[in-house]
Ligand binder design. Structure first.
Ligand code: AMP
Length: 504
């Protein structure tokens, strides 16, 4: 099946079979018919009240209404921006400042943030969905128009909004539907927050192929006892998560083929899939297909894949990130020069899933994106090499890290840490184990303070920092120093600090 239009492909299921399940919660199943009806109502409301293409924020977690709002926005020609509930206030303010949305659908209670955007609460949304719809023809987002914008960590402390067009999304969705053994009506796990583009790996391939989503809510994920009770009962066929989340699930011994017998396909993205994790999973689910995929948000979720088999694990010390999808090319570059096969350089992605750039940020856009052979190209900041046409990952060339799959610019944390009242200067570095970040360590020069013990100071710093950065960006360890080491040209010597925390 080839999808030509995302919205038409999803609505086709509602028209064919309105009772087909689309969203399966523990005590309620929503259907394609309900999704169509609610998203049509949202679309009609947006079309009546706002100018086409004005951004729409959708704030919440993994609720069904989030989906209805995403599709409602797309159906009426609006790009949507997912913001996860519990995002710190200051970060939401920065996103609103950049994105200037016209309207915010607050599926979870909207925090007390002033905005000129219209706020639609969940109760108002229910009223909108109950209104009879005048049948005005809707004109959905198409072509190069932005379908969604996902905000990601920025080095200056201000998040960057990656704009993904309908064409970008089509290129990704058609690849996933073609190359991973997905068939009509499969049941997908939905675990990643919608503000993380990993969620797109389950959301649109599931919905365009008449499949369903089974959400695993944050309350369950964060409570291992609940998680391990729910895991063996999950009736899913396609698993989508970061390798880190899989590591947690593998702690439960009954998470195996015998207990979760329908699981057929595992898709991983967002961070390195270690051999240890892959081996354990292969042992537990010997009949399933396991894929390692790679890509940045800027190139729409993922652009390369490799199937993990025993032969592959036996042949490589580090799992390759795979073969690039058919419509895309990867060059290994050193600044603007392509370098020969087999040598390590920066991975540059060229093709139809590469974003037009960062919302209202021409400077950052021109630093990372350019045109090559009339196509959009993106400098990933990832180091890698091509061996024949197999892509091998070699880490980062800058100070971006992944912690549990979440993307973090270390400078983003430094910036916010330096605004904490107790902190004069700070630099955050990652502590690694087997190529994976285990911990973020903050080196801090503090102002004079009255805390008796260092841990009290660390607690106070963490509390203040939580007001401006995501919880996964808060360093686990603090080391207090008189001054930070500098490089010969006067910059903070982060590499030196990294060597220090990672000393064997
Ligand atoms: P994000 O934009 O959050 O998807 O993060 C993209 C970054 O995650 C990439 O640029 C890589 O550094 C890293 N990444 C994604 N997938 C993989 C993978 N399979 N193996 C290693 N690193 C990965």
């Amino acid at each position: 099946m080839t999808v030509l239009n995302i919205i038409e492909a999803i609505d086709r299921w509602a028209m064919k079979e309105a009772n087909r399940p689309v969203y399966v919660e523990a005590n309620r199943t929503y259907t394609y018919g309900e999704l169509k009806q609610e998203s049509d109502a949202v679309a009609a409301y947006l079309q009546d009240n706002f100018e086409r293409a004005q951004p729409v924020v959708v704030y919440g977690e993994l609720e069904f209404e989030m989906l209805a709002c995403f599709l409602g926005a797309s159906k009426s020609g609006h790009p949507y921006i997912p913001i996860e509930a519990h995002t710190p206030k200051e970060r939401i303010e920065m996103i609103l400042e950049v994105a200037k949305p016209a309207v915010i659908f607050a599926i979870k209670e909207w925090p007390n943030i002033k905005t000129s955007a219209e706020i639609v609460s969940i109760n108002q949304l229910r009223e909108i969905c109950e209104q009879p719809i005048q049948s005005v023809p809707l004109i959905p987002v198409t072509g190069a128009e932005t379908y969604y914008t996902i905000f990601t960590s920025g080095t200056t402390g201000v998040p960057k909004g990656v704009q993904i067009s309908h064409d970008n999304l089509l290129s990704f969705v058609n690849w996933e539907l073609r190359d991973f053994g997905i068939t009509e009506g499969m049941r997908f796990l939905s675990q990643a927050p919608y503000s993380f583009d990993l969620s797109v790996m389950d959301l649109y391939p599931a919905l365009t192929s008449g499949g369903s989503l089974t959400p695993l809510r944050k309350e369950i994920i964060n409570d291992f006892k609940q998680l391990f009770t729910v895991l063996p009962t999950l009736e899913i066929e396609v698993w989508v998560s970061t390798p880190s989340f899989m590591d947690i699930c593998l702690m439960e011994p009954t998470f195996d083929e015998e207990h979760v017998e329908n699981l057929k396909i595992f898709l991983f993205c967002g961070e390195e899939l270690s051999k240890a994790t892959a081996q354990k999973l292969l042992d537990r689910f010997p009949k399933a297909r396991i894929f390692n995929t790679y890509g940045p948000t800027e190139a729409t979720v993922a652009i390369s894949r490799i199937e993990v088999t025993q032969e592959l694990l036996d042949a490589y010390n580090r799992i390759p990130i795979g073969y690039v999808k058919a419509d895309t090319r990867v060059y290994i570059m050193d600044k603007d020069q392509t370098i020969p096969n087999g040598e390590v350089g920066e991975i540059v992605i060229v093709g139809p899933s590469v974003s037009k750039g960062y919302l209202h940020n021409p400077e950052k856009t021109s630093q990372a994106f350019f045109e090559l052979d009339d196509q959009r190209a993106y400098r990933t900041g990832d180091a890698g090499k091509l061996v024949e046409d197999l892509l091998i990952y070699e880490g980062r060339i800058d100070f971006q890290v992944k912690l549990h799959g979440y993307r973090i610019e270390l400078e983003d944390i430094d910036h916010h840490l330096a605004s904490v009242s107790y902190v004069k200067q700070a630099a955050v570095v990652p502590k690694y184990q087997n190529h994976k970040v285990q911990q973020l360590v903050a080196y801090v020069v503090s102002y004079p303070h009255n805390f008796e013990k260092e841990f009290q100071l660390s607690k106070a710093i963490k509390e203040e920092l939580a007001g401006s950065v995501m919880d996964y960006m808060i360093p686990q360890k603090f080391i207090y120093v008189e001054q930070l080491p500098l490089t010969p040209n006067g910059k903070i010597d982060r590499k030196g600090l990294m060597n220090e925390v990672n000393k064997p």
